[in-house]
Design a protein around this ligand. Structure first.
Ligand code: GLU
Length: 322
């Protein structure tokens, strides 16, 4: 078989931020990402997104690994297993993000932003439905002299933003279909590095998914609006984007998004009540992959896995399921 005919191995990943114990939403993400990669004979990577060192703790990362193993969602590379692209913790990969930032700087697309959080909130730019604000471009056209002046008087180092084109970025989501967003009017110039020196999620996730050869990104629809920003970064950095699959969010019976602070849907509570296959079975039922809420082992779901079965609309948790 020539290399062109050879089917590329799918590489999926689960990329948790270890800022607490996982909850049902995180578990659904892990399950779907695992099923999507494994059902196509692919590889599954665990990447620890611990850029925010204030919120993320190694103990939570270790707990996440133990929880994934408990559920039977084993991974091929990453986390403490290591692998060819180690380290798999974002906090240890700053050199790669720095190199990518330099590449964008060399294209003249990066500028310092001195806006404080309060200024950003007060800006009259329209607020989006998802709570994000559109950056109004306050610092986009500062002159060299103005930048020098700010640097002299600012209380803290500037953040760095990427200048975005007035362009609609379209992509085909493997689950939701055609998506599009105009980056300038719906997002604005976005952060690459925060004023405290932390690299932004958007930059790190692109650099890492590309470096790890990820071919499919499975994540909740709350991150759907990040994808156009990430696609722009893939293009500017000369990298090949993966395929994206965004799945619907789990909502509580009041229609609110599940939050880590709600302990009833946290794994600590669930683990006291259920066996792993009971949790997997219930999650798979919600995701349209189990005809009933009967217990299932993850492997038993592989033959029947198909994105077509997964609902498109947000999923409200039935009151007595968990
Ligand atoms: N680390 C992100 C989270 O836990 C996920 C990022 C991604 O899947 O792209 O929400």
């Amino acid at each position: 078989m020539s290399s062109r005919e050879m089917k590329k191995t799918e590489i999926g990943r689960f990329a948790p931020s270890p800022s607490g114990r996982m909850h049902l939403g995180n578990l659904l993400c892990a399950l779907l990402a695992w099923l999507s990669a494994k059902s196509s004979g692919g590889k599954f990577i665990l990447r620890i997104e611990d850029l925010d060192t204030d919120r993320c703790k190694p103990a939570y990362a270790a707990q996440t690994e133990a929880d994934l193993r408990w559920l039977g969602l084993f991974w091929d590379e990453g986390g403490s297993n290591g692998g060819p692209d180690a380290p798999y913790e974002q906090s240890l990969r700053s050199d790669l993000y720095c190199a990518a930032l330099e590449k964008l700087k060399s294209q003249g697309l990066v500028y310092p932003c001195f806006c404080t959080r309060a200024q950003l909130h007060a800006a009259s730019a329209p607020h989006r439905e998802d709570g994000l604000t559109v950056y109004p471009g306050t610092c986009a056209h500062l002159t060299e002299a103005e930048i020098a002046e700010h640097l002299k008087t600012a209380q803290r180092p500037p953040a760095l933003r990427l200048r975005v084109p007035d362009e609609t970025i379209s992509f085909w989501d493997g689950h939701l279909g055609q998506m599009r967003e105009n980056l300038l009017t719906e997002c604005g110039d976005f952060l690459l590095r925060r004023s405290d020196g932390l690299y932004a999620y958007q930059l790190a996730v692109v650099v890492d998914d590309a470096a790890m050869g990820v071919t499919q990104v499975v994540r909740g629809a709350d991150l759907l609006t990040s994808t156009p920003r990430q696609l722009l970064l893939y293009r500017l950095l000369g990298l090949t984007p993966p395929k994206f699959y965004h799945f619907p969010l789990l909502l509580d019976s009041a229609g609110r998004r599940l939050a880590k602070r709600d302990s009833s849907i946290g794994l600590a509570t669930l683990q006291e009540k259920y066996m792993p296959e009971e949790i997997v079975g219930k999650l798979a039922f919600l995701a349209g992959l189990n005809p009933s809420a009967e217990p299932r082992l993850p492997e038993s779901l592989l033959p029947g896995f198909s994105w077509e079965k997964v609902p498109m609309e947000d999923i409200v948790l039935p009151p007595k399921l968990f």
